[in-house]
Design a protein around this ligand. Sequence first.
Ligand code: GLU
Length: 299
Amino acid sequence: MSKPESRTPRAVRPPSGEVVTRFAPSPTGRLHLGHAYSALFAEHEARRGGGRFLLRIEDIDPGRCRDEFTDGILEDLAWLGVRWEGGVVRQSRRMPRYAEALDALRRRGLLYPCFCTRRGIEREIAAAGGAPHGAAGATYPGICRALDAAERGRRIEAGESHAWRLDMAGAIAAAGTLDWADVEKGSQVARPELLGDVVLARKEVATSYHLAVTVDDADQGVTVVTRGADLWESTDVHRLLQALLDLPVPLWHHHRLLSGPDGRRFAKRDRSVTIAALRRGGASAEAVRRMAGWGKDAG
Ligand code: GLU
């Protein structure tokens, strides 16, 4: 494992002073123990810094998100004793704001339309001798980056469906070298190129996780972004988007991922460890907080 470059003390106070954290689940299922850990971690981080804790529902994808899961999430959190401040921000209501950010990047020539299908991308990657089992984990091979302006215009005009990708090389050239700080692991040099030309607006959804999360954390005044260590590489992309969109830079605190007794990380497929199922089975909120590993090594 690579060593962090430097360590900062476990002070959570961001440069701007107030500690503001958030929990930002996607309502594609009910919350499980891993989510409970993450929510409690974010709330704890705010409380120990004397700050504020917010809740945001990341429901940009109508194909995967359901209102009944949003209702269930709010119910589970309240039952667990998680207390957020103010109203709940729902990303599905903020599409015009994301469109504005997307336009700003497009005007700077940092986006390009991508007409590829998933199949087409997989074929290209396989032909180049990489990722034999599909495109998962491989970065976009840049097929549509090479199209000229006339062809892009013609295909858009003809109504061909397309996503918008960030021209990563151009974006990095515009922003220069960037760093960010993790509360525990210290200062990091951003390497957004590891994720390649990420999609910022999809064919079916006019924004993306990367764009919406970056814009919202800034607009909600979040100063310490707490999230699972699985999103570490995404943070590099968010740091780049902040630079390009002239947004404030928070601190980050990536936390460990909770695993079950079999050593596997909790995931949405683990229906048995949803908060709702545990509650139905008679567990108390205190017991579920303990099962989520809370109190032992999170603080
Ligand atoms: N909505 C994302 C998820 O449920 C997390 C958002 C974030 O912390 O960046 O995985």
